[in-house]
Design a protein around this ligand. Structure first.
Ligand code: MN
Length: 209
């Protein structure tokens, strides 16, 4: 396997280090079995995509992308989840300080209020899911986001390079029910230079972070 495939990241602490909050058994299974399954699942879809592209064979894109997003999201979210916990003996718990503490206080009024909203967001998730604290770069606001099931064809945290609005309101006056004509039209007007500029901006950020 080359580095275009995912691999299971090491934990930034030992399996016992989050006790008594998370047991060694729970953390080991979660990391070694569950997270590993997302890594394997994503890599399997990548292999299938590569094979199909090489052969020029057809794929069920809807099913494939759903499966890919499920595994990629699982991998991305778990990788971050491990990072945003710390050994209870060391630096875990407490309240955020610095800039993060400031923007949380600014937006939510207090850390307690933030904690309350975040907790309620977690508890009110339907079925399985995640809660995330995100930053909207445009307004500078920290925002709480529920990620239901994590397989809603999203790659969380990925920077957007190019988007295409395929809601009916974007094409219906022009193309009515012939929506394939709208995507054909889009390929005639797509601005790749703008997308490339965005890519360079993100690349830059990655290189310096
Ligand atoms: Mn999990």
């Amino acid at each position: 396997m080359n580095n275009k495939f995912y691999s299971l990241p090491d934990l930034p602490y030992g399996y016992k280090d989050l006790e008594p909050y998370i047991s060694e058994e729970q953390l080991s299974i979660h990391h070694q079995k569950h997270h590993q399954a997302y890594v394997n699942g994503a890599n399997t879809v990548f292999e299938r995509l590569e094979k199909s592209r090489k052969e020029g064979s057809d794929l069920d894109m809807k099913a494939t992308l759903k499966e890919l997003s499920f595994h990629v999201s699982g991998h991305v979210l778990h990788s971050l989840f491990w990072q945003n916990m710390a050994s209870s003996k060391k630096e875990g718990g407490g309240e955020p300080s610095g800039r993060l503490g400031e923007i949380i206080n600014d937006e939510f009024g207090s850390f307690d209020r933030f904690k309350q909203e975040f907790t309620k967001a977690a508890i009110s998730i339907e079925g399985s899911g995640w809660v995330a604290l995100t930053l909207d770069k445009e307004s500078g606001r920290p925002m709480i986001m529920q990620i239901e099931k994590h397989n809603l064809n999203l790659y969380p945290g990925f920077s957007l390079l190019l988007v295409f609005d395929f809601w009916e309101h974007a094409y219906y006056l022009d193309y009515k029910n012939e929506k394939n004509k709208f995507i054909e039209a889009f390929w005639q007007i797509v601005n790749w230079e703008a997308a490339d500029k965005r890519l360079n901006r993100f690349d830059d950020k990655l290189a310096h972070s």
